[in-house]
Each structure stands twice: as structure tokens, then as C-alpha cells.
Ligand binder design. Sequence first.
Ligand code: C5P
Length: 297
Amino acid sequence: MRLSRQGESLIVHTPAKLNLTLKVLGKRPDGFHDLETLMVSIGLYDTLRFTPRSDSELSLRPVGTGRLSSDIPFDDTNLIVRAARLLQEHTGRRFGVNIRLDKRIPSQAGLGGGSSDAAATLAALNTFWKLGLPVEDLHPLAARLGSDVNFFLDSPSAAICTGRGERVRPIRMRQPLHFVVIKPATGLSTGKVFQSLLKSPEESRLFPDSMVDSLEQAPFAMISRLIRNDLESAGRSLNPDVDRILESLTRDEIPAAMTGSGSACFGLCQTDRQARTLAARCRACSGDEVFAVRSAA
Ligand code: C5P
């Protein structure tokens, strides 16, 4: 996440994520699932602009009238508004703000766009409203907003996340990774995917402490071997586009998986050039949205 000032405005560029591995460890009494997931931030960003207002109202509006903006609600259910209200409640301060959202991260995709916007709002308003909260105070608020919000709040380039996803252990991969990311026109609901989970949970983790070093030193080799997503078979059976995209990446012998609860999928490429060539080919033969991106180094 990058914050910058422009006159009276505060601008935040906040990234999407990919789950390179996602293992479901078990169902908890609160209905959530315990996970272990390796997440990376990627070079695909939403931009939020915060400007002052003299009353205590919160206003959220899209920049432009693009299709991505029409896919999401701009009312009180939006995670950006919920994050701002949570900060007002937590501090008892009722400042107002105008927020403009330039949406580039597709929603219902498993790319974490809504969570990333929520984390950006917590971090930005803490600065913009001069609240001075330490990041430890923002973490419990982030966890209340969604399982992935803590990852974006910490802004690591990569992390192993556990619990329901909110416990974040940053890791430093030595090389950036290159991906093609494909989002079909159809989406998937996170709740429905978890409900349709086909596989029985396992206790053992993919990344015990002894493996983290190898992951940091040789990320491509490790991930091309370990790439997996336990939610994928549910995603494939709920949405035939997910099945189609993964079949096509596998035919090209690209290590591939669905990200999070879908419906976007990604292929791990050897180079930036391979990612761009593959992206151009995928764009030419489908109505999917296709991005060639790299992870933060
Ligand atoms: O926390 P988030 O808003 O991403 O979760 C959406 C839904 O996905 C939850 O209501 C829950 O049904 C499911 N979920 C889960 N286990 C997780 C994360 C999400 O069962 N670790």
C-alpha cells in the first residue's frame, strides 16, 4: 500500500493478492475454517482518494462509471464505509470524509480487492483524521472487517497467513514472481465456496518453520511444486468458467490454481515475457479479463 499527499487529499494505491497455496486445516466452532495460506501482493491496484469535508458525513463515490464500479455496492455495506464507521466508533471521533474509489481489482474474484480497500481506509483515515492509533490497535478492527484485511494492513510483499487468515507472518522472497491472472465474467461467493468444500480438512501444514527458509531463497522452485488450493474443486463445480480456465493453463503446462475462493485463477510463469505473451493469447481467445503481473520483490 502506498500513501501520498496531493494538496488537501490523501491518495492510497492498494494492491490485489494471490493465494499461491491455500490449505484448509479444519472447521471451527464459530463456523469459520482454519487455514494456512501463502499470499503475495501483486501489481494490480485500486486507488482511493480521501478529501476533507466540514460535517461528520462519510461519502463514497466511484471514479468514472466503469463496469468494475457497477459490480460493487457504494452504500453502507461497502467495506470502505464499514472500515470508516468502525474507526469513528472505536475512537468516538466523528470527522467526515469524501472518498473516491478508482476500482481496478475485479470483485468476487478471490483477489482481495474489498479487503485491500478496507485496509487502505483504516491506514489512510488514521493519518487523515490524525488519530495516531498504533498499528496494534488497527489489527483487531481489520480482523472484524474480514479475514484478509490484516494481510493488506501489514502490506508485506508475501506472507504465510493462518487462523482464519488474519494471523500474518511476513516472508521475504528473494525474487519477484511472474503471473498471468484470469478473471472470468462470472464470479463466486466466498460463503458458498466454503459451504461446498468437498475435501476433508487435514491438520498438517504445508509450510512448517523448517521450510520457510527454502521458500524465501528459491520461491519459484518451491511454489511451482506446492501450488494448490483446497477450495478449488468447490470453485470448479460451482463455476464452469473456473474449470475451463484451469484446464487451459494446465494444457499449456503452466503451474496454475484458483486464488482464494475464486473465480480468478492464475498461472505461475518463468519470466515477465512469458506472462505477457500468455496474457495476450488468453485475451485474444476469451471474454475473460486477463492481467500479466508480478509480485512485489
Ligand atoms: O472473512 P470473510 O468476509 O472473507 O469471509 C466470508 C465467508 O467465508 C465467511 O462468512 C465464512 O462463511 C467463510 N470463511 C470461512 N473460513 C475462513 C474465511 C471465510 O469459512 N477462514
